[in-house]
Design a protein around this ligand. Structure first.
Ligand SMILES: [Zn+2]
Length: 81
């Protein structure tokens, strides 16, 4: 699978690190109880179909970006700004 790094261009997936769901909203610091933070850090959905994810180009520019990918087909729709 090739991933289009917005800074380096198309590169093999082996150069990247998956960073998780980019649609989860991070809780505010100091707000909420531990259950809110527990769920944010440890509870994940396993969506099938179109999804927005964080990826890091570890073996390249080392930058993080959001990628729209279909988790059922691995078809990449592109980088999300
Ligand atoms: Zn890059």
């Amino acid at each position: 699978m090739m991933i289009p790094c917005p800074h380096c261009g198309d590169r093999d997936v082996s150069e990247f690190r998956y960073g998780g769901d980019a649609t989860k909203e991070r809780p505010q610091h100091g707000a909420g109880d531990l259950k809110v933070w527990h769920d944010y850090v440890f509870v994940f959905d396993n969506p099938k179909g179109p999804h927005t994810e964080y990826w890091q180009h570890v073996l390249g520019c080392r930058r993080w970006f959001k990628l729209a990918r279909n988790t059922a087909t691995n078809v990449i729709e592109g980088v999300v700004s």
